[in-house]
Design a protein. Structure first.
Length: 420
């Protein structure tokens, strides 16, 4: 942020052997992600994690990526997403059944577990509770190691038998065992199900044959991990912000009390919960789960009148743009009402881009947005959440923007049926 304020819309710096061009202008960002997207490919952070995601939707490129996107897209059509709503709420209420008034909990860990269970159920029709903590532990390892700048190291150094590299490989094997187990179980059962996993099993590759287990593994792994991480992180920071701004929390509670009157939220309630939606949107402005996007240029190009050579790294940061005072009044303030008209006043499109943009926009953006509002509504009408004393919260910029030590909160149960 300091460099962006000091040097403006585009500046250059170098990290080891990498030449990085940082762009801090909505029009330049649109040029890279939308107008001239074919001149760029995904950057180092995701390529570094190819061992985990393989050639899944997140890391794949070109015709192969397009084929997979078309295959997976139906699972995220609007009608299909809306059908997931009851499951999202049911799993949230199942989680809260184990909560107690006055209890101190790590709300980030709760959100991670909940979002993982939801995505496993709605996309793959599996209950993942038994292996949930193993998946979370492996993912924690990837995120921790990814925060140390290892993706910037030459690939040969990642092959050395260092302690970190061995931890990384061990975590990857744990995930492989779980995901291949899901695939083999479904193959052997012969079950016909109306879910994404069945669709992937029935899909054909370019040669007309069934997808290999390795291809299936890459897609399932990508959707399982990426499909819950960003939602969980976003919800975690939402609770943190609500704990810091009691006036916002009070206004949220008032809307939920008036619309829901103590009952469970449903998809048809979403249009009647505009403030709840604004709370979720504003939380993603201040704490965007994907805090930066990196692309590599395939050829010499021009951005904003500046020449960017082939092979260079282009970086865009949601964290920086979302806090730019040129587009946001009091940018550090948590103010959901800045979105009263759907867009911050006068802000261009790419002044806010939590889900990226262009053809590589997050396929699950609508899924994540709906889940965030439903989970927020289900919990906030039952519990008031405050940050626990002497438990500092610190942002950790890994691939996503996680809280370094979690977020410890105190739960206060609300009065049942507040309106007669």
């Amino acid at each position: 942020m300091q460099w962006a304020r000091q040097y403006g819309d585009i500046f250059y710096y170098r990290v080891f052997f990498r030449h990085i061009y940082f762009i801090n202008n909505p029009d330049f960002i649109e040029h890279v992600l939308v107008t001239n997207y074919q001149s760029f490919i995904k950057g180092e952070a995701l390529q570094f994690n190819r061992r985990i995601f393989g050639n899944g939707l997140l890391t794949n490129e070109g015709d192969s990526w397009l084929q997979q996107r078309h295959l997976i897209q139906p699972a995220f059509h609007r009608d299909r997403i809306e059908s997931y709503g009851d499951t999202m709420v049911a799993y949230t209420e199942r989680m809260m059944a184990a909560w107690h008034d006055g209890e101190v909990r790590d709300i980030h860990m709760d959100m991670m577990r909940l979002a993982l269970e939801i995505v496993a159920k709605v996309l793959f029709n599996v209950e993942i509770t038994a292996v949930r903590d193993r998946i979370a532990g492996a993912l924690n390892t990837f995120m921790e190691l990814g925060s140390r700048g290892r993706m910037l190291l030459p690939p040969i150094l990642r092959l050395l038998p260092t302690a970190d590299n061995l931890r990384y490989r061990r975590a990857a094997r744990h995930l492989d065992d779980i995901v291949y187990g899901l695939i083999h179980q479904r193959r052997s059962s012969g079950e016909i199900a109306d879910d994404l996993l069945y669709g992937l099993l029935q899909a054909q590759d370019k040669g007309g044959g069934a997808m290999s287990d390795e291809q299936l593994r890459d897609e399932v792994m990508t959707l399982l991990l990426a499909g819950h991480e960003t939602t969980a992180v976003s919800l975690s920071w939402t609770w943190y912000l609500l704990g810091q701004y009691p006036e916002v929390e009070k206004k949220l509670w008032s809307e939920l009390r008036g619309v829901l009157n103590g009952r469970s939220p449903r998809v048809h309630d979403l249009s009647r919960l505009p403030y709840t939606e604004r709370v979720a949107k504003e939380a993603m402005r201040l704490y965007p789960p994907a805090w930066a996007i990196v692309r590599n240029s395939l050829k010499d190009c021009e951005i904003g009148g500046y020449r960017v050579p082939a092979g260079a790294t282009v970086m865009m940061s949601q964290w920086v743009m979302h806090r730019d005072p040129r587009y946001y009044d009091q940018p550090e303030r948590f103010n959901p009402d800045r979105w009263l008209d759907g867009q911050a006043k006068g802000a261009p499109k790419f002044a806010y881009f939590p889900f990226g943009g262009g053809p590589r926009t997050c396929i699950g953006a609508s899924f994540a947005a709906m889940e965030a509002v439903l989970v927020l509504a289900a919990i906030a009408q039952r519990y008031q959440i405050r940050i626990a004393r002497d438990c500092p919260v610190e942002a950790l910029p890994t691939i996503t923007l996680r809280p370094r030590h979690g977020i410890k909160v105190v739960l206060t149960k609300r009065v049942e049926n507040p309106i007669a």
